[in-house]
Design a binder for this molecule. Structure first.
Ligand code: XIL
Length: 448
């Protein structure tokens, strides 16, 4: 209901903003030397991402907006911002009932004046709580949390594209359990209560769950967050997106199955965002891989790095960012820009001009789940004849299909479903065979 009727408006707003910043990027390149005959490549991160229907953003520390070297890079390169600390609970409500929006409003004003999209971070979190909240528990805390969500989301209504409604609510390690916190102790439904309050306060913002160490598809924490999102979608809890912080260090490296993680979350019917990217020593290959993985997943909306220069980073001794302390572009910057420029736009769903190899969009709707099997339906938009490639994780196996003509690769795990004239929605049943957490991934949608 509210969900589907809001979706077009939101994506239109995002597209419009990105088109504007792409145009700004093009104007900026107009003055540059373009070799005759060469394709013109965008020369900034934001402009290049925008050409691919994505954003490229950064965390901003509001106090640094007075540093012109910092602001010059910010305004030139980025088309999205997240407040590094200024929209956290302790910053916005230092005393109970007393809201302090000055710094956050300054960032929002700056972003709006530059055509940048704003990610709100974060409405409910166990960390960076003001002292008065840290000391609360039970119903008093639950109500104070919900009041904070409502007040803050209402204050910023119309100015925030995405809210990190809840941040870091799961434990690290193998348990797959929720993180113990004063908020968790108010009852397991605190997360969905926060999402419902946020939707009510700002129906036009996309609502995200955000966490770290959910990058590796095999990690128990990733699987636990996946199951929560799946559960929320199946019960109509208003969630639109998942944010992967992606702070890559020695403890949690860029995982080779990162793309699987992104596409698996996306297959649940949520957008995915890379929200706080920084990588120890800024290796070019890991940065390039992250960009390529995002571009490969249509629902990956964009990438935010957690700061501009290494000297701005919360992990400054690790030099994890794209600019050095003097504001010069590092090799990782060049790798990221090249990967963006080499990337393709996601399928547009435009039936008249399908881009080569795409031309339609396949959207997954999870269906009924039984003890040993589950149903999935897939709806294609943008083409009336199509083929959709779906991959299943062994030992799971598709046992029956409907409303399409399936063929299989030799492994039996990759199905190509072709339209058979019975409409634009097909479905299938998957036997779990002992793996109850994996879910089908859409590999591609091809028109014709
Ligand atoms: C960090 C900030 O970068 C620091 O300035 C602050 O002292 C602590 O928080 N996950 C998050 C971010 O969601 O809010 C954190 O930001 C980094 C980890």
């Amino acid at each position: 209901m509210a969900n589907s009727s809001r979706a077009p408006g939101r994506s239109r707003r995002l597209r419009a903003a990105l088109v504007v910043s792409a145009a700004v990027g093009l104007l900026a390149t107009a003055g540059a030397v373009v070799l005759p005959g060469s394709a013109s490549a965008a020369s900034t991160l934001g402009a290049s991402a925008a050409e691919r229907g994505r954003y490229f953003g950064t965390a901003v520390a509001v106090s640094r907006l007075n540093d012109s070297a910092y602001t010059t890079i910010l305004n030139r390169e980025f088309n999205q911002v997240t407040a590094e600390n200024e929209m956290k609970i302790d910053a916005l409500q230092p005393n109970q009932g007393q809201f302090n929006y000055g710094n956050a409003d300054r960032l929002v004003q700056h972003a709006r004046s530059q055509g940048m999209l704003v990610r709100g971070h974060t409405l409910a979190w166990h960390s960076q709580q003001p002292g008065w909240m840290q000391n609360m528990s039970g119903t008093t805390l639950r109500n104070a949390m919900l009041n904070h969500v409502t007040q803050v989301a209402t204050h910023f209504r119309g100015q925030i594209e995405w809210w990190d409604v809840v941040n870091e609510a799961f434990q690290d390690g193998s348990s797959g359990a929720r993180r113990d916190s004063n908020l968790q102790r108010t009852g397991n439904d605190w997360i969905e209560a926060a999402f419902r309050a946020a939707r009510q306060a700002d129906p036009n913002a996309d609502l995200c769950y955000n966490d770290y160490n959910i990058d590796n598809w095999n990690d128990a924490k990733t699987q636990a967050v996946y199951r929560m999102v799946q559960d929320f979608k199946s019960r109509g809890v208003p969630i639109d997106c998942v944010g992967l912080q992606s702070h890559f260090t020695g403890g949690s490296n860029y995982p080779s199955n990162y793309r699987t993680t992104l596409s698996s979350f996306a297959a649940l019917g949520v957008d995915v965002h890379i929200t706080e990217l920084d990588i120890r020593n800024a290796p070019t290959d890991a940065y390039r891989n992250v960009v390529n993985d995002c571009l490969a997943v249509a629902r990956c909306k964009g990438i935010t790095v957690w700061g501009i220069r290494d000297s701005d980073s919360w992990r400054s001794s690790e030099n994890p960012l794209l600019f050095n302390g003097s504001g010069q572009k590092k090799p990782a910057y060049d790798a990221v820009l090249a990967a963006l420029n080499n990337g393709t736009a996601p399928p547009t769903g435009n039936p008249t001009t399908p881009p080569p190899g795409a031309g339609c969009t396949a959207t997954v709707t999870p269906g009924q789940v039984w003890g040993d099997r589950y149903n999935t339906s897939v709806t294609v938009s943008g083409a009336s004849t199509w083929s959709v490639v779906v991959a299943i994780t062994a030992p799971q196996k598709i046992s029956s299909t409907w409303s399409g003509n399936p063929t299989w690769d030799s492994s039996g795990n990759v199905m190509t479903m072709r339209s058979n004239g019975s409409g634009n929605t097909f479905g299938f049943t998957t036997m779990m065979n002992g793996n109850s957490s994996a879910r089908p991934q859409i590999r591609s949608c091809t028109a014709g």
